[in-house]
Design a protein around this ligand. Sequence first.
Ligand code: GLU
Length: 354
Amino acid sequence: MKPSPLFARIIAIALIVVSFSAVAQKKANVVILATGGTIAGAAGSGVQSGYTSGQVTIDAMVNAVPDITKLATIKGEQISNVGSQDMSFEIMLKLAKRIGELAATADCDGIVITHGTDTMEETAYFLNLVVKTDKPVVLVGSMRPSTAVSADGPLNLYNAVAVAADPNAKNRGVLLVMNDWIHSAQTLTKVSTTAVQTFMSPIRGLIGTSAYGKNEYYRYPHNLYGAKSEFDVTGVTKLPRVDIIYADADMSPDLIDASVKLGAKGIVIAGVGNGNMNKVSLDACARAAKAGVIVVRSSRVTTGNVDRNVEVNDDQLGLVASYDLNPQKARILLSVALLKPRKPAEIQKLYYQY
Ligand code: GLU
């Protein structure tokens, strides 16, 4: 007997609803790339401040957060196991390559990177410049080791996986999730040596929040990143030498001259105020610029831009202003930019764009 047209229609609608909800319920695949840091750190007791970073493996970290497997199907890979004070360009390049490979496969929906917080902003910003994917790439760490009373790592990891598994997190550049806040790699900075709320995104603010895996988003980053970034590190094994030199009252210019002699291709000054330094240091910067070294004025102050020609005549001295990048991120941008020769004016444009 042939089914009536009405019955056939009901069956068809039911099939569509079932297949839609199967798609909706499909668990995301998230790969966790572990690099070390306090999130993988261990101490002799739960209440001591001394501990060693990078002691706990990725499997042990994931096993400490059982509900995490309800958010996503998780795979883990150990890229390194270091305190992030030992993070190197070599490890960053390895990470970028692996993220590129994973993101290109259909069975990876998002990537989480566990990392020490000390140099998290450098790695996050580097990846933001060079990784070409719109899939979520999320860095996470902790301020307390895994053995501490009230360790913050497990919930941070849970929230990071929730963001990496979330299609709404796509195309927002490289993110950092810690203590319920979602930061852009471009804006975040570490502001406390010990507090759990150590990352801030001054002035431009958060990308969103993640509380017990419930995510909310407020904005997309304003700058260029991901597929829109012109930087490509495919096949790159080494980055050019760029030094950061810290300015203060009565600063000595010798280190600027020494940096040039030691072969730096770029120098970033962590200047006072709006990227300032004393006259003798400014003269040394002008000498360096004349010798073909790119000199970028950034600031040791946490918030505010460093712009051209405010108190320093950048046009005359051939210098570059870091705009909204702090010294450590200004160094990353310059290191990547100097993979090919560029003039100060071209580099200046990059600081406004990235
Ligand atoms: N030095 C450690 C690191 O960056 C401590 C900071 C942390 O992970 O919280 O790996």
